[in-house]
Design a protein around this ligand. Structure first.
Ligand SMILES: [Fe+2]
Length: 295
């Protein structure tokens, strides 16, 4: 097993590079750090690589980059993956800010890029648009979430945070309540991309900004049950759901086994659990524009 610490960035294929670059820079508020060999590298306003874009026939998430402890050798990463009887490849070419990585596929064919060391690819700067702090998590529709929970906990050291009944799994790899979600859906595909904003006030600003651009909110704002984050969702031009969130639960000390207490928690302490019917702490139900992603 290897022990993933954080998500770095995700690679999305798109049929229209220019349109996606325009969305991620002008609306999402990322910075186009580099565009070479048919790839675009987009950083946060803090300079961290968050999104990589490539041309493809349809919009999809092709790869996810995950970081292990910086002192880990590339051979140790490779051995940890091979110990699980998975085929992997060491890559020396890859990405701005990352010199070496080991790549392999998860059970649905998403390429996982695991690396140890990374440097920022841009400077701290002001941006137009929303301007998230980081890529927070990715969610995927899969036929059976528990198969993916088994894979990600066994191979990559993820921990179970919460379930909603048996159809929505929340996995963490660091203090954040979730970095990957697996939700039961009719087709295997990405469900949403989530960016973390600084606070509630920035979410409000983002909602007003999206409203000014005539981009409808398809769910929220509200406060989720699992993770307790404030959320809003909209769609980008590739019809991908983008979540903006703040105030996500954190488990700063794994050994305590509970999330840091917050005023909106109803369990004291708030431990990982299976949630039943009540999904949100407050907020209206999702719109059909949100729900259609799982259909
Ligand atoms: Fe989410």
């Amino acid at each position: 097993m290897i022990q993933v610490k954080r998500i770095s960035h995700a690679t999305f294929e798109t049929p229209d590079m220019d349109r996606q670059i325009e969305y991620f820079t002008e609306i999402a508020g990322l910075v186009l750090a580099e565009r070479v060999n048919g790839r675009a590298y987009l950083a946060t306003k803090l300079g961290d690589l968050a999104v990589q874009l490539e041309k493809g026939t349809e919009a999809r998430c092709a790869r996810i980059a995950l970081q292990v402890a910086p002192e880990t050798s590339i051979d140790d990463i490779r051995r940890g993956i091979e110990a699980e009887n998975l085929r992997c490849e060491v890559r020396n070419d890859p990405t701005p800010g990352v010199a070496k990585m080991v790549t392999f596929e998860d059970p649905k064919g998403t390429v996982l890029e695991v690396f140890a060391g990374q440097t920022p690819i841009g400077k701290n700067q002001a941006v137009p648009g929303i301007g998230p702090l980081k890529l927070g998590h990715l969610a995927f529709c899969v036929p059976e979430p528990k198969d993916f929970v088994e894979f990600y906990t066994r191979v990559l050291g993820f921990r179970m945070s919460d379930w909603i009944q048996d159809w929505f799994a929340f996995l963490r790899c660091g203090p954040d309540h979730h970095t990957l979600n697996f939700v039961r859906g009719k087709r295997t595909q990405m469900h949403h991309i989530a960016f973390e904003l600084k606070d509630w006030a920035q979410i409000q600003t983002a909602c007003d900004f999206l409203g000014g651009k005539n981009i409808p909110l398809i769910w929220g704002p509200g406060r989720h049950g699992p993770g307790h984050n404030i959320y809003t969702y909209h769609r980008n031009p590739d019809d991908q759901i983008i979540e903006l969130f703040a105030e996500l639960d954190k488990m700063l000390d794994e050994s305590l086994g509970h999330f840091d207490p917050r005023p909106w928690h109803r369990d004291r302490p708030q431990k990982p659990k299976v949630w039943e019917r009540t999904r949100d702490i407050w907020g209206m139900p999702p719109t059909p524009e949100y729900i259609r992603q799982r259909e």
